[in-house]
Design a binder for this molecule. Structure first.
Ligand code: HEM
Length: 487
């Protein structure tokens, strides 16, 4: 037997018997001194780590980003410094509401998280397959998740809670329309677009800022499932997305997405008819056309799912020079929440896990902590300022100042903007009559069992987007709704 095929304990000692525990006598009880048994059971009991609070079910792959168009007038990020430049990356796609063992082909939004390993540090663009979101204030995020997850008593998914919450927030109708549309169940992760969703900023060499939205345009044909098709797939295969992505990469059919940006100047933002930092709104493409940036190709499956996919940690706060944040309330909330969740889920040194570790030098003064395995910067000074020439801050990377004004206060978003219906109305009118029918049917199916007053509330939101939308939903629900009190 070759050396590497010999079974050892975690500490390298030979394991003489991996089938029979040591017993006191031939038919007697097991002995605690069978330390291999203790080690094996003890490790096994700790193999499950907390799952992500949402986006628990996912699939990942490595790949490359290649710049195809010069956007250096907008950003100094080295990642985009020249056409043809390549940067390695890791992507994790996910469903949102389901737990780690949930079926893939569910009606749900999909996570679309990209980690670029740039020479100036990692940049995580943690988006979804939709350009907007259900809510626009981070205070409501825990509520959203409780509403879409399980009922505390029945432990079942709860359509009433789900629709009670969504319909109580009129700003949710845009995202709800997308989720209930024919695009609500992508056939696979390879057949959907991705979006950064939030407004971010880009900063150039002259310290000039523009506001920006990121779009991943799918280079595979867009394909989606009907409820019936999805039900059939789920009955036979709960891992349909994982299987599709993994198999495609194994056979060399590498999926691709093109990255585009929409750009808005600070001056334009000040004159927008709606809040450009409102995550329930899109920026119209005719006003803010898509500008090509580059292409992403996924071309390598992880060797070990737990190591690279389960332990992957994406955070909007993982940012690089030349890309920055915006006043979007949701984005600001997310800047706290992800690293906080990951310190709990993976431990304080989660940045050392290979999939999360940057591929450039790391000179931080963080030290110690559970699970530190890299030598902990040895004897290097662990404080700053110091007189021994250790790591100096880099003021040239400060972002330009952002003008803000007004008193600190809980401003009511509805007073700033209560136009919930214009954009979903436009989306509805972009759909063909067949797709509108699918939207009505999907909505009615998803509202099965929901009390009539909630159904009526939803139909009235739809009506305000477009009367035909409200009437179509009412008909599909089999309800006679009086819309005279709306609009
Ligand atoms: C995962 C919080 C909104 C996309 C997560 C996780 C948390 C979280 C705590 C689990 C992180 C982990 O354990 O690694 C929040 C909060 C939000 C918010 C507080 C609102 C204030 C959004 C939005 C998007 C998004 C608007 C997309 C535009 C994702 C994705 C993942 C995720 C893709 C999974 C990342 C992965 O694959 O590991 N979110 N989220 N989230 N979130 Fe959010």
């Amino acid at each position: 037997m070759s050396e590497e095929k010999k079974l050892t304990t975690a500490f390298g000692a030979p394991v003489p018997d991996n089938r029979n525990s040591a017993t006191a006598g031939k038919r007697g009880p097991v002995l605690m001194q069978d330390v291999w048994l203790m080690e094996k059971l003890g490790h096994f009991a700790r193999e499950v780590i907390p799952e992500r609070r949402m986006h628990a079910k996912g699939s990942g792959a490595f790949g490359t980003f290649t710049v195809t168009n010069d956007i250096t007038k907008y950003t100094k990020a080295k990642l985009f410094s020249e056409v043809g430049k390549q940067t390695p990356l890791f992507v994790r796609f996910s469903t949102v509401a389901g737990e780690r063992g949930a079926a893939d082909a569910e009606r749900d939004i999909r996570g679309f998280a990209v980690k670029f390993y740039t020479e100036e540090g990692n940049w995580d663009l943690v988006g979804n397959n939709t350009p907007v979101f259900f809510i626009r204030d981070p205070l409501q995020f825990p509520d959203l998740n409780r509403a879409v997850k399980r009922n505390p008593k029945t432990n079942l998914r709860d359509a009433t809670a789900n629709w009670d919450f969504w319909t109580s927030l009129p700003e949710a109708i845009h995202q709800v329309t997308i989720v209930m549309s024919d695009r609500g169940i992508p056939k696979s992760y390879r057949t959907m677009h991705g979006f950064g969703s939030h407004t971010y900023s880009l900063i150039n060499e002259n310290d000039e800022r523009v506001w920006v939205k990121f779009h991943w345009v799918c280079q595979q044909p867009i394909e989606n499932l009907s409820n019936a098709e999805a039900a059939e797939i789920v009955a036979n295969d709960r891992e349909s997305h994982q299987r599709d992505l993994f198999d495609a990469i194994e056979r060399g059919d590498f999926p691709k997405w093109k990255l585009y940006i929409q750009v808005m100047t600070e001056e334009q933002a000040n004159n927008m008819p709606y809040n450009p930092f409102d995550l329930t709104k899109v920026w119209y493409h005719d006003e803010f056309p898509l500008i090509e940036v580059g292409v992403m190709e996924l071309n390598r499956n992880p060797e070990n799912y737990f190591q690279d996919v389960e332990q992957a940690a994406f955070a909007p706060s993982t940012i690089i020079p030349g890309v920055s944040f915006s006043p979007d309330r949701m984005l600001q909330g997310r800047l706290f929440s992800y690293a906080d969740a990951q310190r709990y889920r993976l431990g304080a040194n989660y940045h050392q896990i290979p999939v999360n570790a940057p591929k450039c030098p790391v000179n931080s003064y963080h030290r110690d902590g559970q699970g530190r395995v890299d030598g902990n910067h040895g004897s290097t000074i662990g404080y700053a300022p110091n007189s021994f020439g250790e790591w100096a801050e880099q003021p040239q990377f400060k972002n330009p100042g952002l003008d803000v004004s007004g008193a600190a206060y809980q401003y009511d978003f509805y007073e700033d903007d209560s136009d919930f219906y214009t954009q979903p109305g436009k989306l509805f009118r972009l759909m063909s009559p067949e797709k509108q029918q699918i939207l009505f049917k999907n909505t009615a199916a998803a509202m099965d069992g929901v009390p009539d007053f909630i159904k009526e509330r939803h139909a009235k939101h739809c009506y305000q987007c477009d009367p035909a939308y409200g009437e179509g939903v009412a008909k599909a629900l089999g309800m006679n709704i009086d819309f005279s009190d709306v609009k």
